[in-house]
Design a binder for this molecule. Structure first.
Ligand code: ADP
Ligand code: MG
Length: 312
């Protein structure tokens, strides 16, 4: 039983109340409050030592990755983040560690104009959990479940760097260290896509695995041309032909995958310039219920591995 089967079996409820516009099954829950024009968008994410980051990872790096990965879930909903809570489980109360951790935490929080409003502190194996709360206007229909047949599939930034960085322990300030520990949550891009995209998700487990979540939720399929996947020049020179595998299956990039009607392409060019982020079309949505990945010659690729799943 992997994590998704576990959630479905033990925690998914079929009936939810009117106030829950989106419950379990998206990057964040969307909750309606009576009398307000905006909905609350709420997400939580946990990082565990030796699982999400190596033992002895720098405190500042852990703080940034934890907050950025949580912010990324709100980006995937087109939400504006506002507040967060911090649940800290620490093996010891080490002042140096806490100074470095909290300093970076507030630096990233300030960058995104969000405020720490609570949390919980306990002793135990190092685990950082956060809850992010944001808002978005009521009429926004951006969910994993809204991809339409014929939509074009886009991805922001470049893919695969973070997964490659995990092969070794990059030094702080190294390019690969930044790519693993300092992902850029695409908040402004997500907000810009509110009225343009039909479906969106952020890439935490890997491009294929996360695109598959959109397909499952929307009841559609997709064709992706792997040769179109955006790769950094650093990844290409470090890994050669393996770069595509990192881009397809590597997690932790925290870029956005989104689907748009083909009438929206010009708006995307403007968005890409405004936010100085490359937006690359990599495929389109089909009615086949299958994810087909094509190699450079246009032949179907057989995937060895489909992203990271806990308990898999
Ligand atoms: P993400 O990778 O975007 O953070 P996850 O893959 O962790 O999302 O979770 C998938 C969905 O299941 C999300 O909607 C999440 O809120 C929900 N979920 C995960 N764990 C639980 C749980 N223990 N109880 C209820 N819902 C859960
Ligand atoms: Mg997510």
């Amino acid at each position: 039983m992997n994590e998704f089967e576990l959630i479905k079996r033990f925690f998914s409820q079929s009936k939810v109340t009117h106030s829950v516009l989106q419950g379990i099954g998206d990057d964040a829950a969307v909750l309606a409050l009576p009398g307000l024009n905006d909905d609350l968008v709420v997400a939580t994410d946990t990082l565990v030592e030796n699982r999400h980051f190596p033992k002895d990872a720098p405190a500042a790096a852990i703080a940034e990755k934890a907050l950025a990965s949580n912010l990324s879930d709100l980006a995937a909903m087109g939400a504006k983040p506002k507040w967060f809570l911090l649940n800290l489980t620490l093996p010891e109360a080490n002042t140096d560690w806490l100074n470095l951790f909290s300093e970076r935490l507030f630096k990233v929080a300030k960058r995104h104009h969000i405020e720490l409003v609570g949390g919980d502190t306990t002793s135990g194996p190092l685990t950082i959990s956060m809850q992010l709360i944001g808002t978005r206007p009521r009429e926004i229909g951006l969910y994993r479940k809204n991809a339409m047949v014929g939509d074009l599939i886009y991805v922001s930034g470049t893919l695969g760097d973070a997964a490659y960085a995990l092969n070794f322990l990059p030094e702080p300030e190294d390019y690969w260290h930044k790519r693993y520990y300092q992902p850029t949550p695409q908040i402004m891009l997500g907000i810009g896509l509110r009225e343009i995209a039909n479906a969106m998700i952020d890439i935490s487990d890997g491009f294929c695995a996360d695109l598959q979540h959109i397909l499952d939720a929307s009841g559609v399929g997709a064709i992706v041309e792997s040769a179109l996947l955006p790769l950094s020049s650093e990844l290409k020179s470090a890994t050669g032909t393996k770069a595509i595998d990192y881009a397809l299956n590597g997690g932790d990039d925290y870029e956005l995958i989104f689907t748009v009607p083909n009438t929206q392409q010009t708006k995307l060019e403007t968005l890409s310039q405004t936010h100085k982020t490359s937006l690359t079309q990599v495929g389109h949505i089909t009615d086949s219920n299958q994810l087909e990945i094509l190699d450079e010659q246009g032949h179907p690729l057989t995937l060895k591995r489909q992203g990271f799943k806990h308990f898999d």
